[in-house]
Design a protein around this ligand. Structure first.
Ligand code: TPP
Ligand code: MG
Length: 337
């Protein structure tokens, strides 16, 4: 759906409607899990008893190659453990990875592997549109605290007999046969960008149906906004992606109240300043530990300021390991003590 390896937001290869794509295999699973965790956090913060403004699913497509990467399973394991049932991964299981058949390098049972880390697994014929629809509806309706993977068995290069079902179909290898393959698929051979009337009608009808849903949603959103102006302002700020300046952060840090325990101070601090800006990537499970650790050794104002800077740095994409953070702050604190 998205050509090339468009890792950069400004890439000319970005495809409208696709929110994130990656080049490094496996990273997309991490993206999807992060988006699902962020959606859960945001829903918990912004939805009210009266209005639900966030209840969407995150849907990601991946291939055999994505699931060969270790990072994919670290993220998937986190998603299973943390019950991200708003996440659906559709796996294009075509048994090919670029220039070899997948069984040349792997032999795992993906359904069993995902089930073992707490996912729902559904296996379908990926060329059957009805089955895809049905599986998506099922995955959305399960709501059993588990993410879902739809293992869609497909044939790579379908309709191009010269390469169909083999690694020769990856990339541009089928280009030489494109004219005949269009014929095999029942499409006009010479019209490279042919879109049937049936397809156009389908999308027009879909657009009208979605417009009705969109208008309904916007009514709910407006009602939520006027009932919750403060939350709405925070929501807009979060969407804008702007982070507070260091001065604003420092002025927001409360004086340490020695009658409260450090965990309470941490919660107050984070909820006051950083909630919208913490990202949830594969390192997220270490971040709360890292923060409690730093705060437990950082009862003075300057160290707490450093803690907040670390969080902001993390949210802006620079992530510190526990070792780096401890070497930065622990030494000073130990010296002071
Ligand atoms: C981390 C990483 N290693 C290697 C590559 C090179 N690479 C590009 S596509 C691919 C195999 C992709 O397999 P799959 O996702 O199943 O796609 P298919 O061959 O089915 O089209 C590899 C290894 C990469 N993009 N990223
Ligand atoms: Mg493949």
């Amino acid at each position: 759906m998205t050509p090339g390896h468009p890792e950069f937001p400004s890439s000319e290869h970005n495809t409208p409607g696709i929110e994130a794509t990656t080049g490094p295999l496996g990273a997309g699973i991490g993206n999807a899990v992060g988006m699902a965790a962020a959606a859960k956090l945001a829903a918990a913060k912004y939805n009210t008893k009266e209005h639900t403004i966030l209840n969407h699913h995150v849907i990601a497509l991946c291939g055999d190659g994505c699931l060969q990467e270790g990072v994919a399973f670290e993220a998937a394991s986190y998603a299973g453990h943390d019950g991200l049932d708003n996440l659906i991964v559709i796996y294009d299981a075509n048994d090919v990875t670029l220039d070899k058949m997948a069984d040349f390098t792997q032999s795992e049972d993906h359904a069993a592997r995902f089930a073992a880390i707490g996912w729902n697994t559904l296996t379908i014929d990926g060329h059957d549109f009805g089955a895809i629809d049905e599986a998506l509806l099922k995955a959305k309706s399960l709501k059993n605290g588990k993410p879902s993977i739809i293992i869609a068995k497909t044939i790579i290069g379908k309709g191009i007999p010269e390469v169909e079902g083999t690694n020769a179909a990856h990339g541009e290898a089928g280009v030489a046969f494109q004219k005949t393959s269009r014929e095999h698929l029942g499409l006009p051979a010479d019209d490279l960008w042919y879109i049937s009337d049936e397809t156009k009608t389908l999308f027009q009808e879909r657009k009208s149906a979605l417009k009705i849903e969109y208008d309904e949603y916007m009514k709910t959103f407006a009602a939520w906004k006027s009932a919750n102006p403060e939350l709405a302002a925070e929501f807009e700020m979060a969407k804008s992606g702007k982070t507070p300046s260091a001065v604003e952060i420092l002025s927001g840090i409360p004086e340490y109240d020695s009658t409260k325990n450090v965990a309470t101070v941490l919660t107050e601090l984070l909820s006051a300043m950083s909630f919208n800006f913490l990202s949830t990537s594969r390192t997220s499970s270490c971040r709360p530990r890292m923060s409690s650790f730093i705060l437990s050794i950082s009862t003075d104002r300057a160290s707490r300021a450093s803690l907040v800077s670390s969080f902001i740095a993390c949210s802006q994409g620079q992530c510190f390991s526990l070792d780096q953070v401890s070497s930065l702050y622990l030494e000073d604190t130990v010296r002071e003590l």
